[in-house]
Design a protein around this ligand. Structure first.
Ligand code: HQG
Length: 181
């Protein structure tokens, strides 16, 4: 793992799950103060300066982070387990969305539906390829299709994060189909 990747993983931990790990707090909208963050990262063995932070944000393959306009604050675009209000606006989803998971979770998912677990939302992908990559993080991947349009018409709310990930609170089993291809 390159240095920047290691720093980026630590940054994800701080901005999504454990701001404590850098001795900082996030505001209600999930923003971290950049100078405090850089000091905290440095103290935790991740010596990142402003130029490196700018590079991490600019080059991130999933565009995981956003600065505010003046770059005094930074936050993660999705994936939080800490309670934050990103100000996302409920949005009509496409008819079909995708969720990649591991085969060992299937039985439980088809019984309980998709649950957010430790995160604030269930994360859904726009296409099967992305879903497969997400699923591979957990083991042998399996892809589910989600009848998002039907869910939306039934009153479920959907949001799209700044970096294009679809979010919803839970997906009942009736809206899920295992994708066989
Ligand atoms: C599974 C990454 C059993 C769920 C990705 C998943 C994404 C259940 C796992 C983002 C279940 C949770 C999120 C149930 C759900 N029974 N298992 N009822 N309901 N699960 O990591 O969606 O690279 O919290 O299928 O790209 O994998 O970190 O969620 O396998 O966008 O930026 O429980 O994280 O982005 O795993 O990934 P996760 P996820 P980053």
């Amino acid at each position: 793992m390159g240095n920047l990747t290691s720093h980026s993983k630590f940054l994800s931990l701080i901005l999504r799950h454990q701001p404590d790990a850098a001795g900082i707090t996030l505001d209600v909208q999930g923003w971290a103060d950049v100078p405090s963050l850089l000091r905290g990262m440095q103290a935790a063995g991740h010596p990142v300066d402003m130029a490196m932070l700018e590079e991490i944000v600019r080059t991130d393959n999933k565009q995981r982070y956003s600065f505010n306009e003046t770059h005094t604050h930074i936050r993660a675009n999705q994936g939080h387990s800490v309670q934050v209000d990103l100000g996302l606006v409920p949005t009509a989803p496409p008819e079909i969305l995708w969720h990649g998971t591991a085969t060992r979770f299937l039985e439980s998912i088809m019984a309980q539906g998709l649950l957010p677990g430790s995160r604030q939302f269930v994360h859904l992908s726009k296409d099967a390829d992305t879903a497969k990559t997400v699923g591979q993080r957990h083991g042998k991947p399996v892809i589910l299709t989600v009848r998002a349009g039907d869910m939306h018409r039934a009153g479920f709310r959907f949001y799209q994060s700044e970096n294009g990930v679809w979010l919803t609170e839970n997906v009942p089993p009736a809206y899920l189909t295992v994708c066989e291809k």
